[in-house]
Design a protein around this ligand. Structure first.
Ligand code: NDP
Length: 250
């Protein structure tokens, strides 16, 4: 029996670890051909081999999406190889916490470059293909899932510029959702609470000791699981916003 996403092609950014890697596995399990995009090609190749071993189809695409040329090339390479694009998961992200006072502005620039500009680059490049996919099938619907965060809904001290990027993603997603609704490109935002991934690992020891470790010791974190569900819904159903939390996270 054909799986729900048979015949579709998905591109997942940040597929070399965490939520992106698991999303790519799930989309492949559902029958989608998956392009895996990130900078660490060795990780992408390992996951590609795993998906192919499980009878799926995948392609490793090395790209730094904060560079517009590389982001556009990643989309182009995917469409040239597989002939179409039905699903874009804008998942790549970076979280560097700390006070605004005395911050290194280069850390802000890195977060904005990936979380905001990278997402815009891939979205802009993918849109013509997604619009075509929505018109021509096989599902007659296409999807953009933007992975934001609870930090796109709530702000806290020390999360300043990460909050800025994720609030921005939420606003952009809703605007684009309205723009594309009648063309059957579903645009939705996923806002996870804490997920056990490599995201925290880029922070310094002080941030770990004062913010991240105490939190993680108290909470059972989520495992990545929800994105495939957003894109396997019937054509007439769109999830505009999914805020998914560990049960005990306030
Ligand atoms: P990970 O650090 O495990 O994954 C981040 C991914 O982004 C990696 O695959 C990384 O790949 C990729 N990436 C980073 N910079 C770039 C770049 N310039 N170009 C291409 N890819 C890039 O963290 P998560 O899986 O947790 O994060 C995924 C998303 O989920 C992020 O947007 C994050 O903000 C969001 N999120 C995470 C939560 C959590 O608690 N973990 C909670 C809420 C939201 P590489 O280094 O190989 O390029």
């Amino acid at each position: 029996m054909a799986s729900k996403l048979t015949g579709t092609v998905a591109l997942v950014t940040g597929a070399s670890s965490g939520i992106g890697a698991d999303t790519a596995r799930q989309l492949a399990d559902q029958g989608a051909t998956v392009a895996l995009v990130a900078r660490r090609k060795d990780r992408l190749q390992t996951l590609t081999a795993e998906i192919i071993e499980a009878a799926g189809t995948a392609l490793a695409v090395e790209a730094d999406i904060s560079d517009r040329d590389q982001a556009e090339a990643a989309v182009r390479q995917t469409v040239e190889r597989f002939g179409r694009l039905d699903i874009l998961v804008n998942n790549a992200g970076l979280m560097l916490l700390g006070p605004v006072v005395g911050a290194d502005p280069q850390e802000w620039e890195r977060m904005i470059a990936v979380n905001v500009q990278g997402l815009l680059h891939t979205t802009h490049a993918a849109l013509p293909h997604l619009l075509k996919a929505a018109e021509e099938g096989p599902r007659r619907v296409a999807d953009i899932i933007n992975v934001s965060s609870i930090a796109g809904r709530k702000a806290w001290a020390n999360y300043g510029v990460y909050n800025l990027t994720k609030f921005g993603v939420n606003g952009f997603t809703e605007s684009l959702r309205q723009e594309l609704a009648d063309r059957h490109v579903r645009v939705g935002v996923l806002e996870p609470g804490a997920v056990d991934t490599e995201l925290n690992s880029h922070n310094n020891d002080t941030i770990h000791a004062e913010i991240l470790d105490p939190f993680n010791e108290q909470h059972e974190r989520l495992v990545p699981a929800d994105i495939a569900d957003m894109v396997t819904r019937p054509r007439h159903t769109a999830i505009a916003e999914l805020w998914v939390m560990p049960t005990d996270q306030a």
